[in-house]
Design a binder for this molecule. Structure first.
Ligand SMILES: C[S@@+](CC[C@H](N)C(=O)[O-])C[C@H]1O[C@@H](n2cnc3c(N)ncnc32)[C@H](O)[C@@H]1O
Length: 313
């Protein structure tokens, strides 16, 4: 099929992927249903385990086929199938895992009889361990030397993020130090300005921003087989990448198209680029310094008013 890009296709991704030529995609990001009984409008997230894994085997195989030899595949997955899918990608599809990122988030669903879920796994996989895009300059974050210690010896360009991604480090004064490997970003909860309000699994734009900036270049093609609320496509468009998404639900697809139509390349990403500087300044209530987002044209001022409030969970 001639490759049509910069579109969201309302279609089963497996059928859609099969029609794409091999080696066409630079970066794929997939956040599939986790098979945990989540309520989607057009997909039943309660498959028998073997059936779910066989389905994953087929769609991941297609994603790998459509990737360029230098392509990158990021997979978001929950605890339930993380181990199986990581082994599947490495042993069956011959990908190399560069990082096993833990995304730690706040505003997860509160559980009464078990520890509440506050993380997901993000596997950073490449086809060729020697040839891939990893633009470290585009994703640097302020270092603790800069932010916490005011150390004059700090590298003014900051540092590479760890592989544990944290979005509210202000809650963890003793944890998630710069040498650790967890990323912190809050889930997009109901009170967030960023929230589209019609998809329960909406990912934060800043999380996709880090992945797309690091692992693709302007003008390259980003694929999301499970578009959901369209975050990957929206961020790809803002960052000047071509994009292609599949989404099973006609309702979600229509809304994603509306979301994309409101975006122009160069628009700033929603949310704070660096969670630490988005924290309320509880010490003295001072306004925070202006923060810039790498890779976008516009700058935004962060203040206490930009901080979301905690829902009553
Ligand atoms: C976890 S959500 C993705 C959320 C997305 N990352 C975001 O930020 O909004 C998974 C999505 O996959 C869609 N989906 C399920 N099966 C699909 C299939 N076979 N092909 C395409 N989309 C599918 C669901 O309707 C749901 O919207």
């Amino acid at each position: 099929m001639a490759l049509q890009v910069d579109v969201l296709v309302n279609r089963d991704c497996l059928a859609g992927l099969k029609e794409l030529n091999s080696g066409a995609v630079d970066l794929a990001f997939a956040d599939p249903p986790f098979n945990i009984g989540y309520e989607y409008d057009a997909y039943d997230d309660r498959l028998e385990s073997e059936k779910y894994l066989n389905w994953c085997r087929r769609w991941t195989g297609e994603v790998v086929r459509v990737l360029k030899p230098t392509g990158t595949f990021w997979l978001a997955i929950g605890d339930e199938y993380a181990a199986e899918l990581k082994i599947m990608l490495q042993q069956e599809h011959k990908l190399t895992c560069r990082s096993w990122v833990v995304w730690y988030y706040t505003f997860g669903v509160n559980c009464k009889a078990k520890f509440s879920r506050s993380h997901a796994h993000l596997f950073h996989m490449v086809k060729d361990p020697k040839r891939f895009t990893f633009d470290t300059l585009s994703i640097r974050v302020p270092s603790a030397r800069q932010l916490v210690y005011g150390d004059g010896r700090a590298n003014p360009t900051g540092r590479l993020p760890d592989d544990t991604w944290i979005l509210r480090p202000q809650d963890l004064p003793g944890g998630f130090q710069p040498h650790e490997d967890t990323w912190y970003f809050p889930r997009v909860c109901g009170t967030f300005k960023e929230r589209t309000g019609w998809h329960g699994c909406q990912m934060p734009e800043q999380l996709l921003g880090r992945i797309i900036r690091a692992c693709s270049r302007e003008g390259e093609l980003v694929l999301d087989p499970f578009a959901g609320s369209g975050t990957t496509l929206a961020v790809a468009k803002k960052l000047g990448r071509h994009f292609l998404g599949f989404e099973l639900s006609p309702e979600y697809s229509a809304r994603v198209r509306q979301r994309l139509a409101r975006i122009q390349p160069g628009d700033p990403l929603d949310g704070a680029a660096e969670p630490l500087v988005s924290a309320p300044n509880t010490a003295n209530g001072r306004r925070l310094e202006e923060a810039s987002e790498p890779g976008t044209r516009k700058r935004r001022r962060l203040s206490n008013a930009s901080q979301p409030t905690l829902p009553g969970l």
